[in-house]
Design a binder for this molecule. Structure first.
Ligand code: DGJ
Length: 346
């Protein structure tokens, strides 16, 4: 063997491996994330439900054409509302398109879910008693002044979901939102209200299809939106964004010993380059993965592209804990292969 040649070959091999883009085991943050058919995943402002060992990712299905709402002063970019997409996966890496789980109503111009409306931030929870999958979402009009919450229901995680109605929960405005199911089976609707100045947390009815009437106001006058929530070791944690339309801003985390509060606002959990802009992302959901001491948490962000909304991208990052303090350090890629336990807490 020619030793010199062999050394050169090994060096070249090393350089090649280092220069390769992230392998099939990884997703490049904010790259184009394709589904198993090779199409870009179209599930924005989304959330994930784990059911019987399968992850279901629901999100806004954005139309191809982005336009600015005429006559609306702020940068109100929109697309046709294409309903709610559903993708399934067993490993969080390979996502199969399951179809449009909640289809838009193209026939009725007065429908909440007509393509001219706004359907944002859908979240699905499973009701163990009724055995129904319940979807809540933000419903709005061309200027975001309707500020309503819509609800839909299905017998199957992949749909079809039947749209029931929209409402102003507890007679209050409702824009950015999420839904959280607690260990005791109670579910809560968390929504930006009062001109986005305050977050409401509202206990849902036992069937999750309406509000129970019990709710609380949190973070008054702090103008938080994009709520994402999880529970760890008996404490509740929330990550939110500020309010700046489609433009990024600084995230904030908060903690409480009871879901209804009082919540204590903390500080910006993001660490690394562009942490003051949430890495140009905005929170949408926090996914618990694994059980017991192996449980870890992935936070999902949208990286909005306001003038081409369908090409908005995804950033998923592990949440790290130091005691009760959480941080979200930047990583260029996220490894999802095989199991999500790579997200183990520190
Ligand atoms: C910020 C929200 O978080 C998004 O879901 C969307 O409603 C935009 N505002 C609209 O500008």
């Amino acid at each position: 063997m020619n030793i010199k040649k062999e050394i050169c070959r090994l060096i070249l091999l090393g350089i090649t491996v280092l220069a390769l883009p992230a392998s099939g085991t990884e997703r490049v943050q904010a790259g184009v994330w394709n589904d198993t058919d090779g199409n870009p995943i179209n599930a924005h402002g989304g959330g994930i439900l784990e059911h019987d060992g399968v992850y279901y990712w629901y999100g806004e299905r954005k139309g191809d054409h982005t336009y600015r709402s005429p006559g609306v002063g702020w940068e109100c970019y929109r697309t046709e509302a294409g309903g709610v997409s559903c993708y399934s996966s067993r490993d969080l890496k390979n996502w199969k398109f399951e179809g449009v789980a909640l289809k838009p109503d193209t026939a009725d111009h007065t429908s909440d879910i007509h393509p001219t409306m706004v359907i944002e931030r859908p979240k699905v929870v499973y009701n163990d008693k009724t055995r129904k999958f319940v979807m809540w979402m933000h419903i709005d009009n061309h200027s975001y002044s309707a500020a309503r919450a819509g609800v839909a229901v299905s017998d199957s995680p992949t749909g079809p979901f039947t749209y029931i109605r929209s409402e102003r929960p507890n007679n209050s405005e409702s824009r950015d939102m999420t839904v959280f199911k607690d260990d005791d089976g109670k579910a809560y609707h968390i929504y930006s209200s009062e001109g986005n100045s305050t977050l409401h947390i509202s206990l849902l009815s036992d069937d999750y299809l309406s509000q129970s009437g019990s709710f609380c106001r949190n973070f008054p006058n702090r103008f938080r939106e994009a709520p994402a929530i999880f529970k760890k070791d008996g404490k509740y944690y929330m990550v939110t964004s500020g309010c700046s339309g489609w433009s990024p801003n600084e995230a904030e985390w908060a903690v409480s010993t009871t879901i209804m509060g009082p919540w204590t606002p903390m500080d910006n959990p993001c660490r690394g380059k562009d942490a003051d802009k949430t890495f140009y992302g905005q929170s949408t959901f926090i996914l618990p993965v694994g059980k017991g001491s192996d449980r870890s948490f992935i936070i999902m962000f949208d990286k909005w592209k306001k003038d081409d909304l369908v090409d908005s991208r995804y950033i998923w990052l592990p949440i790290r804990f130091n005691g009760d303090t959480l941080t979200i350090p930047w990583t260029d890629t996220v490894d999802l292969t095989g199991s999500a336990t790579d997200f183990a807490a520190e």
